[in-house]
Design a protein around this ligand. Structure first.
Ligand SMILES: NC(=O)c1ccc[n+]([C@@H]2O[C@H](COP(=O)([O-])OP(=O)(O)OC[C@H]3O[C@@H](n4cnc5c(N)ncnc54)[C@H](OP(=O)(O)O)[C@@H]3O)[C@@H](O)[C@H]2O)c1
Length: 362
């Protein structure tokens, strides 16, 4: 009954390992850096073992050979890793979870629903802060009610940063755009309109929110996995997703996205971004927030918040809690986003607190 973390040396991998240990599960750390894995295994304690696998193919091969019970994939870009690893899990009889947060990867993993159902295993995508924090509020607000007409979700992460470089994998993920995603160009925003993905202005929909703690924050439209999760969780035909992370760049985003359409400029930008060094930074505000505003056709509007701590810590807790529940046999066969599978209680098990109107479901 082993739980593997692919990318066990990374920021997320280490946070997930600590959260698994806190739940009584000793993880197996898999990746390409033997010495780094050994250091993390020692820090994790409890005799954590490591699996050396330097490529996606090697990881898929080890999963098929060693047949773990649950695999948590933290190796981006998920457009390259999620489907091959999830398929290897299904053929090995393992449950699968990942941290994907882009529209293309989330959609591709959710399309494995029939394969997961046939294998009798559970596939969970989007098990990080953004998708879980926003989708959980949508699920709570919509529980027991007909599908709404419109949903707007906003994610407001508060992230502490370790000193380091952005790195090639994260840079490629950040500048990958939406390759092959219907409803618009690769470096364009998206929203749901009439139940279908449609173009939106990247960095548009600028909104000034007052957080429940009284402070203000600005968000802008960003087509991340939250968009897909909120649409599926609500069934609403019109959905937008926004984030506070890119709000400071809102004036340059349209021009930058036009430049990224040029492949040579994009490769240059990925190389430059990968080398960018950032200093250690404490988290900018006490809490991270997920917010959703839901409007029904009869004019009823409800909104709600989920308050969590530091966003990276929360991204460690969600996959660990998903794995714990899967190990306990609480999953169902198929492919899901986290709150669609486990309901709003998942976010609370990870330390989140809801601020919801009276009568909203849990
Ligand atoms: N959904 C969310 O809310 C959320 C939140 C946080 C992060 N993420 C995503 O999760 C991913 C990981 O984030 P992170 O902050 O943990 O990144 P990170 O610190 O750079 O860690 C990445 C891990 O993946 C490994 N890796 C990278 N490329 C690999 C390859 N080609 N083959 C084998 N291993 C490889 C790295 O190994 P080495 O140590 O050997 O380099 C490292 O263990 C990113 O794509 C990020 O966008 C999502």
């Amino acid at each position: 009954m082993e739980t593997w973390i692919l990318g066990g040396t990374g920021r997320s991998g280490r946070a997930i390992a600590a959260e698994l240990v806190a739940r009584g599960v000793t993880p197996v750390l898999a990746g390409r850096d033997a010495a780094g894995l050994a250091r993390v295994a020692e820090a994790v304690g409890g005799g954590a073992r490591t699996v050396l696998a330097g490529t996606v193919e090697a990881m898929a091969g080890e999963i098929r050979r060693q047949r773990p019970a649950v695999v948590i994939n933290t190796v981006g870009p998920f457009g390259a890793t999620a489907v091959p690893i999830a398929r290897a899990c299904l053929s090995a009889g393992a449950h699968y979870a990942d941290l994907a947060n882009d529209v293309a990867s989330l959609s591709a993993v959710l399309a494995l629903d029939d394969a997961a159902t046939a294998a009798g295993r559970t596939v969970v995508t989007g098990a990080g802060f953004g998708v879980t924090a926003t989708e959980s509020v949508v699920v709570a607000l919509c529980a027991g009610r007909p599908a709404p007409a419109e949903v707007r979700v906003h994610m407001i992460p508060s992230l502490a940063m370790e000193a380091g470089t952005v790195g090639e994998a994260l840079a490629a993920t950040m500048l990958d755009g939406l390759p092959g995603v219907e409803g618009g160009r690769r470096f364009q925003g998206r929203r749901f309109r009439g139940g279908r993905l449609a173009p939106a202005r990247l960095g548009g929909d600028a909104t000034r929110l007052t957080l429940p703690d009284g402070t203000g924050v600005r968000t802008v439209g960003v087509p991340l996995g939250e968009l897909v999760a909120a649409q599926r969780a609500s069934g609403a035909p019109d959905v937008t997703a926004s984030s506070s992370e890119l709000a400071p760049l809102r004036h340059v985003l349209p021009a930058a996205s036009a430049l990224l359409e040029v492949a040579a400029l994009r490769r240059f930008a990925v190389r430059r971004l990968a080398r960018v060094r950032f200093a250690a930074r404490p988290r900018p505000r006490a809490h991270s927030w997920g917010y959703a505003r839901v409007r029904w056709a009869d004019g009823t509007v409800r909104d709600g918040w989920l308050r969590v701590g530091e966003a990276q810590g929360y991204t460690g807790a969600v996959p660990a809690e998903v794995a714990r529940r899967l190990l306990a046999g609480e999953g169902r066969p198929g492919a899901y986003t986290p709150a669609a599978l486990f309901g709003p209680s998942l976010a609370e098990s990870c330390g989140g607190e809801y601020l919801l109107p009276a009568g909203a479901g849990r």
